[in-house]
Design a protein around this ligand. Structure first.
Ligand SMILES: *[C@@H]1O[C@H](CO)[C@@H](O)[C@H](O)[C@H]1NC(C)=O
Ligand SMILES: *[C@@H]1O[C@H](CO)[C@@H](O)[C@H](O)[C@H]1NC(C)=O
Length: 412
């Protein structure tokens, strides 16, 4: 039997040991506490299954051409594994005012014509409860300076969308800390979006028939409602040389009803119909900004007319063909431009050279890229962007079985 003495010795040893254990336990709890406060949400961990690593890395690199964009979308669609993307959209400024681009939905409320299942729910954000807001992967704002509400959870994405000029509306282009995803016409934005509509129809549009131009008709049309310095100063100088039929409030000179055959169409078609009555159309944008080409340029191709461009300094790089438009800046002065237009009116062969691209098999890569990401599939492209970030942030249930992605992806 151990003596009393050795008992107390033993207890003393135990106490020391206990103290140590308590000490270590405290340290352990402290470490747990610190790390759990550092990574409060489990969704902050980036989980990359081994086979995903090269693709996840690829998904973090911004595509620069059509092939890379298609590849990104293919990968996102595959890795997203059919999981819904829910986006609340705060309706403002009637961002899809044009009837020709109304959204269509499937029975399960997801967007029709989108590979990634996307619930695009237009609801005033003020009407949503916090619980409802928490279910959303993202909140989409139209022409908004700062979000109306803060994030409902950390991984939620706030999206800023505008197709307005940055010169006119710098506040919608402010790359501030509030928004995670920027959607503009600029190629440098997260989801570049062009105004191109229905390019598949352009091929079949008959070039304006110069024989039908009456000697009393102006050869140039213009539809603009906003005055800008350039429009105010430059249009009269052209008018001194060649007449212009202006259907908008900027130097208004012609009524829509002078073309009764255009009268009973849809608003978008009326405009195209008017443009098609003249061999040239003035595509003078509000400002000269990189990538800023609006319907004032693209809709002209949807009629058989030729645009006369003042706008984005890089617009030449994304026309369907270098000889599909006339650039004001290519002429030393207004008279030289007017002389060239008069020459084209007299020489049918030379005029038709500006329409030859329509029947060519391939259009420029720059154009194809812009046409691939356009105003009609913007919503779907935004959903793919939200799905992409969800994959990268490890919040997606990745596919169980690895198909040979590398083989498939190159066939797209
Ligand atoms: C949009 O979201 C609200 C709130 O969650 C819901 O009540 C409504 O049914 C949804 N609408 C559609 C079309 O999904
Ligand atoms: C008309 O245009 C064609 C094609 O550019 C050119 O070959 C021809 O010489 C022009 N004719 C006249 C009379 O200028």
């Amino acid at each position: 039997m151990p003596s009393k003495q050795s008992y107390s010795n033993m207890l003393a040893v135990l106490n020391v040991k206990n103290n140590k254990w308590i000490f270590y336990t405290l340290i352990f709890i402290l470490v747990l506490f610190i790390s759990s406060s550092l990574f409060k949400n489990s969704d902050d961990f980036i989980i990359k299954p081994k086979y995903l690593v090269p693709f996840a890395d690829e998904l973090s690199v911004k595509p620069t051409n059509l092939k890379e964009w298609k590849r990104r979308h293919y990968l996102v669609n595959y890795l997203n594994n059919e999981q819904n993307v829910l986006i609340y959209v705060t309706p403002k400024d009637n961002y899809r005012s044009d009837d020709s681009i109304k959204l269509k939905y499937k029975f399960d409320k997801t967007l029709a014509k989108c590979e990634v299942p996307c619930i695009w729910n237009e609801t005033r954000i003020e009407d949503l409860t916090t619980e409802e807001l928490k279910t959303a992967d993202a909140v989409f704002y139209v022409n908004q300076e700062v979000p109306l509400k803060s994030k409902a959870w950390r991984g939620q994405k706030l999206i800023q969308y505008t197709l307005e000029s940055a010169t006119q509306y710098p506040q919608y282009h402010d790359k501030n800390r509030y928004f995670d995803i920027h959607v503009t016409f600029d190629e440098d934005s997260d989801v570049p979006t062009s105004f191109i509509k229905d390019p598949e129809k352009w091929q079949t549009k008959q070039p304006f028939d110069m024989d039908k131009l009456s000697s009393s008709s102006p050869p140039i049309s213009l539809i603009a409602s906003q005055w800008t310095k350039f429009r105010e100063a430059w249009i009269p100088t052209l008018k001194d040389h060649i007449p212009i039929a202006s259907f908008g409030s900027v130097y208004w000179s012609a009524n829509w009803d002078i073309h009764p055959e255009c009268a009973n169409l849809e608003p978008y078609e009326i405009k195209n119909c008017i443009i098609s009555k003249y061999p040239f159309h003035l595509s003078i944008e509000i400002s000269q900004e990189k990538d800023y080409s609006t319907e004032k340029l693209w809709d002209v191709f949807n009629s058989g007319s030729v645009p006369i461009i003042w706008g984005a300094p890089n617009s030449r790089s994304y026309l369907p063909h270098p000889k599909s438009a006339i650039f004001i800046d290519d002429f030393p002065d207004v008279k030289a431009l007017a002389d060239h237009l008069k020459y084209l009116i007299e020489n049918k062969t030379a005029y038709l050279e500006y329409h030859k691209w329509r029947t060519e098999k391939e259009w420029s890569e720059g154009f194809d890229r812009k046409a691939y990401m356009n105003i009609e599939n913007m919503e779907c492209n935004v959903c793919k962007e939200v799905a992409r970030l969800r994959i990268l942030e490890g919040r997606t249930n990745l596919p169980q079985f690895q198909v040979d992605l590398e083989d498939n992806v190159d066939t797209i």
